[in-house]
Ligand binder design. Sequence first.
Ligand code: HAM
Length: 423
Amino acid sequence: MIKIPRGTQDILPSESPKWQYIENQLKTLMERYNYQEIRTPIFESTDLFARGVGDSTDVVQKEMYTFKDKGDRSLTLRPEGTAAVVRSYIENKMQGLPNQPVKLYYNGPMFRYERKQKGRYRQFNQFGVEAIGTEDPSIDAEILAMVMHIYESFGLKKLKLVINSVGDLDSRKDYQEALRNHFKPVIHTYCADCQNRIDTNPMRILDCKIDRDKPEMKTAPAITDYLNDYSKSYFEAVKAHLDRLGINYVVDPTLVRGLDYYTHTAFELMMDNDEYDGAITTLCGGGRYNGLLELLDGPKQTGIGFALSIERLLLALEEEGIELPVENPIDLFVATMGETADNYAVKLLNDLRHQGVKVDKDYLSRKLKGQMKQADRLNAKYTIVLGDQELEQNQVEVKNMQSGETSSVTLDAIASYILEEMK
Ligand code: HAM
């Protein structure tokens, strides 16, 4: 038997209403914040991620699904959305659009070859937001407020927003040097990746999953001590906005994100739930990326954004015992007795559906009792039983399944009756 690939999942019909509910809710919120949807391809040139996400990151070094197409081009299934959105922004010269900044959102599958774990998949669905074209602390605050709004709108309460500033590129240079000096004497005791990282990108050492418990990790210099005046005041301004908005947060100077493009504001939203037994607690992550557009040969514009996976949002809902209101009963079940009535029902259903009624019938030649059971399973709000007599008299009893009341309705008035009753 051929099985589903490791780290992927089927979203079965019993689960998909939750996904639809979440996606609709996200869309509604995006309208309120005035963000518009962008859809980019599932695969991109490998170079986009190597350059954009960073050659020394785990995502690029270990986790990409990269392949050659028949024209010998190296392509990669997108491991994240930001680089692709920025690529599209540059290619479509969105800096020239009349509405600035450009506020975008996306929702779709991403691919990372990671070790499977609760909340960690090889194909997962990211919903993400990018605001490109302004460097103003108020947009950083808007993004953070939006993250909290999204999670709280689903009823989640046990949340911890962790923020940091990783500074501008200048601050980062000094910090990288300080990290090099800190780790140099002991780097031979670290993993092979870290031994490379000390030259290529020492901040990545702080994010190492193998060496994270080594003593030098705890005594490593903090980025906050290396922020220049501009970076410091930018961070202060973002925090002041958050305070005015009444958004609770924790500043963690050791927060470094797994992707290289971040500058200034970096953040993660965590589950704040002591009872949770999964290793993965990060629900959402993001930050500002001031150098990314230029790195990808684009204009001197800056951006900020975040992404969350719907898989982890569902996990958090489950942990907090929150049920989404996803019941979707049908309006009407048409039970039939005899071949003539069943043939008539085929046309009746077609007419009713065109008039806007959610309706179903039996397809398995069930006896009347079985058909009524099926109506129950489908949670039908109304039922009718159609037989020779009803057809002859052009009259049918419509039964309200909740109250048990019935009303006599002519066959051609069923749709208008049901639609009126449900108003
Ligand atoms: P990221 O932290 O790599 O950032 O991923 C963002 C979110 O995607 C995570 O917090 C998590 O919810 C989800 N996620 C990541 N990997 C997996 C996985 N293997 N299985 C399930 N969920 C996962 C980014 O991707 C950035 N592009 C975010 C961003 C947008 N920064 C600025 N703009």
